[in-house]
Design a protein around this ligand. Structure first.
Ligand code: PHE
Length: 368
């Protein structure tokens, strides 16, 4: 026995209704402008309580004769709706994708933002050149602190307490650290190297030094020096002269040693001077003139002091505890100190020392 519940519509009526609903849903789907709206329509039609779902649930209420026909009609409607829904879904999805592509589009043909490449600072270049020059001649490289003791800076170097360089107008002392100061020269490294490495020794040290100087075209409170020390058996002042002439030959591309050997007058002179830590002491001047391609060594220019040097004072050896070589002969050797800025200025025609520290990008690009 069959029990029928609910409205009993004929298959024709159901079919007409389905067609009307499909037409309505198709319009809604077309009108939907985004995926969330589409989802709302899907839920309203075939969601758990959707119109079509509801109708399918009512199927058992129909008479067996009508159920098959109405069931087929409802399933076809559902299939049709799903097809339309999926089609619209694809459309909207690709429209959304196109939109994002448009928004995030990158024009790969645009020129890139200008990017400046860093260059090595002129002082770094000159320091590197000097380091490789000295290394190729058997020197080792020492490094030491910029804040140092009075012993390394003065006492060890035979500069007694009353020496004018120790006055505060020349030296920058550290306020809360008695006896500590910013090194006024790299000669501190003579003391450090001699007392830690012993004899024989052949080394250089490059670094910043500090003086309480007013700033002008040739003075800044910070500048750089390269210090050299050679203490080996049999070393004399002749070796020092050769060593420094060879250095200047390298720096200025002129074979001064060869010129000297030929007995020619050379544009370099060794002038007696005084340093407490060398005896005898010498200052070296170069005669430079400005040619079309920069500065060159030549006798018809101006004399310029370029470095200080001398035979290391016996008191320095004593202060470092290295008075004798292993064979018992007294320690003997030379030391020299060169301003790195001075070399760079001469070699590259820089006229004002302040340019090194201005940080002007154009200058750095040019000299880099
Ligand atoms: N330290 C000296 C200066 O600063 C230079 C120097 C170094 C002189 C080594 C002699 C020997 O002027």
């Amino acid at each position: 026995m069959n029990e029928y519940r609910g409205t009993q519509q004929s298959p024709e009526v159901v079919s007409a209704e389905c067609r009307a609903l499909l037409a309505e849903w198709s319009e809604q789907l077309l009108a939907a402008s985004d995926l969330s709206e589409l989802e709302r329509i899907r839920v309203a039609v075939i969601g758990k309580n959707g119109i079509l779902t509801q109708k399918l649930k009512e199927l058992p209420n129909y008479s067996p004769e009508n159920r098959r026909e109405i069931g087929a009609e409802l399933n076809a409607t559902r299939a049709f709706f799903e097809k339309a829904l999926n089609g619209r879904h694809l459309q909207l999805e690709s429209a959304a994708f196109d939109e994002t592509m448009k928004e995030e589009a990158i024009d790969v043909t645009l020129p890139c933002r200008p990017r400046m490449a860093g260059k090595r600072h002129l002082l770094t270049q000159v320091s590197d050149e000097l380091t490789s020059y000295f290394c190729s001649r058997g020197f080792r490289v020492f490094e030491g602190p910029e804040v140092d003791t009075e012993f390394h800076c003065f006492d060890g170097l035979n500069m007694p307490a009353h020496h004018p360089a120790r006055q505060e107008q020349d030296t920058l002392y550290i306020k809360d650290a008695p006896g500590m100061l910013l090194r006024v020269h790299t000669s501190t490294m003579q003391i450090r190297a001699l007392s830690t490495c012993g004899l024989p020794i052949r080394g250089i040290s490059i670094g910043s030094v500090f003086r309480n100087d007013a700033v002008d075209a040739t003075h800044t409170p910070l500048f750089h020096q390269i210090e050299g020390v050679v203490v080996e058996p049999g070393i004399t002042m002749a070796h020092m002269k050769y060593c420094l002439l060879d250095l200047l030959s390298f720096l200025f591309n002129t074979d001064l040693c060869e010129m000297a050997k030929r007995g020619e007058n050379i544009p370099v002179r060794f002038r007696p001077s005084f340093f407490p830590f060398t005896e005898p002491s010498v200052e070296v001047d170069c005669c430079c003139s400005r040619g079309s391609d920069g500065l060159k060594l030549s006798l018809d220019g101006n004399w310029m002091e370029i470095l200080g040097c001398g035979m290391i004072h016996p008191n320095v050896f004593k202060n470092c505890g290295v008075e004798f070589f292993a064979d018992g002969t007294p320690a003997q050797g030379f030391a020299f100190g060169v301003g790195v800025e001075r070399i760079a200025m001469l070699k590259y025609g820089v006229t004002d020392i302040r340019h090194f520290y201005d940080g002007d990008m154009r200058w750095l690009q040019h000299y880099g």
